[in-house]
Structure formats: C-alpha cells, structure tokens
Ligand binder design. Sequence first.
Ligand code: KG4
Length: 336
Amino acid sequence: MNILAVESSCDETAVAVVTDGRTVRSDAIASQADMHALYGGVVPEIASRKHVEAIAALADRALTEAGMGRGDIDAVAVTYAPGLIGAVLVGVNFAKAAAFALGKPLVPVHHVRGHIAANYITHPDLEPPFVCLCVSGGNTMIVDVKTYTDMEILGATRDDAAGECFDKAARVLGIGYPGGAPMDKLAQGGDDKAYDLPRAHVADAPLDMSFSGLKTAVVNLAHNARQKGEELDLPGLAASFGAAVSDTLVPRTMMAARQKGYGKIAIAGGVAANSRIRADLKAACARSGDRLYLPALSLCGDNGAMIGCQGYYEYLAGKRAGMELNAYATRDISLG
Ligand code: KG4
C-alpha cells in the first residue's frame, strides 16, 4: 500500500511516499530554517506562506523520486496536530485536495506519533509495546506506546519543550538558530561541570519535567556576563547545559521504562539527535538491560516519511478523515 504523506507543522515542508508503513520510496523536504534564522526563531506567518509556495512542487518531486504516478497512491496521510496552526492548515488543505482529486482515503496523523514512527523505519524489527522519550522543538513527553495506535503520556514538560530551551539558550549566547545542533557541537569540547545549572523536579509528579528555570538560568548568566564585560566559557556552558537537559530526560525515561517493564526504549524528535542524550541513554540501557532504539539522525527532525509510516498504522486501525478535517495547534497524543 502506497501512502503519500504530508508534513507542514513547523518550518519544514515535507512530502514522502511510503509503502506498507516501513519502506520509504521518497522523502522530499524543503527547510525554511535559513529564512527564520534572520529573525532568531520561527515566524509563523512566514512559515505558512513558505509552505504554500513549496508544497505542490514538493509532492510532484516525491512522486518522481519514488518512480510513481498519481495513480499509484492508495491513501493520503497528513499531520493535522499539533503545530503552528497556520502551517498545519497548509498541509491539511493540500492533503484534502489530493485525497479528493485522487479519490483515495485521507488519514490524519498526530505529529508526535509520526516522530515515534521514525523508529519503525530505522529499526524494521521494532514493534510496540515500548516506552518512547519524545523531545522536539514543541513537545517533550514520555509516552507509553502500547500498540501502534494506542498511546498514553506518562510524563511531560510543564512549561517549555527541551528543543525550545536549546534554541533560546543558543540565541542568547549568539550561537545561531536553530540552536540545538550548534549547541551540541560546541559542547563536544567543553567541561560539563563548568557551570552549575538547575535540574527541576515537579512535586508529586516524578515523571513530569520543567525547563523554564534552566532557560532563565542561561539567560541570566549571559546577561550578567555582558553587563560585567566578562567572557563566558561557551563550550563549558554548552556542555553543562546539555548535561542538565539529559539529566532531566534520561532518568525519568528509565523510571518510566522500569514501571512498564517492556524492556524496550526508543527516543524521537529533533532533540533525539543530541549526542549527550543518546550517549546517556545508551549507558543507562547498558546498565538496566533494556534494548535501546535510536532513530537515524536523518529521521529525527520533521520529515514526511515518519508521517507515511504512522499513517499506515492509523489506516490499518481504521482511522479516516473527511473533507471537514481541521488542523489543531494542540492535541493529546492519546487521542490520535
Ligand atoms: O522535531 P523537530 O525538527 O521539530 C519539531 O517538531 O519541533 O525538532 C526541532 C528541534 C529544535 O529545537 C532543534 O534545536 C532541536 O530539535 N535539535 C537539537 C539537535 N538537533 C536538533 N537539539 C539538541 N541537540 C541536537 N543535536
């Protein structure tokens, strides 16, 4: 079964063709990151306009690269939540038009479920149940993936997402946008004990997280240093920051995995590319005996292939949408 999959929830327009959920025939992506870098963050209105400009040509490219014509497509899958509402709407409307014109089913996909599904592409043997740490620019949560389409949040951030925290810290330090990857690179040469940064705990909710205090701590460090004319040890700060994020995410993921006892842990989303988090998870799983699934670096960020993969399992579970399908800025992953 060939699915044409559309993703436009943030600043990447992406269209892919995926066969039977696990075989990626094409994965065309147009990133807007350079444009948003001028402003130090995603400008929602610009994101929507850029999606409109890119999406039709990208769909043609995805078909060409897959060596397929429109008649080869059996269903259209699309990210319909969560994300920047104007941006998601572009993909939803394009997918509706495509499904209508092709006379094929339309399958709505939750964006974070898509990130989780990136693991099925990297690891053909991976099947639920497992516990998945989902960390991106807009979401941070630990998810119980009970089946391909039955999921429950075990813990989540109470404020900022980990990726947003990376991006804001990088911006105030003048490291660039998006900040996660450059912070990760800078951290390679740094002492992770150079700065004493906070690790927050949420009272009575051991699996929940909070990143706003960490973000504020870095902002204050940067402002204080500027006012006093002092130099910051940037590699040390990047390494200390990466350690603080990882110390918040990894032990909670391991605690959730212990509670569930599946013996399988995965990670998903843009921040899943972070080398400190990957290394700490590997070390923790080596100690616990859990099997760890890491998505390919190329599939950590937003892409269409992961939507085509999850779309296949949503289709098998009977999920369909009509022309009334709307986009949602927020939506619980358990609702699909
Ligand atoms: O999944 P994604 O592409 O978009 C959302 O769905 O949000 O994630 C983007 C986020 C950005 O915040 C970016 O800075 C972060 O992922 N990111 C990283 C790394 N690579 C990307 N964060 C930490 N370390 C990285 N290596």
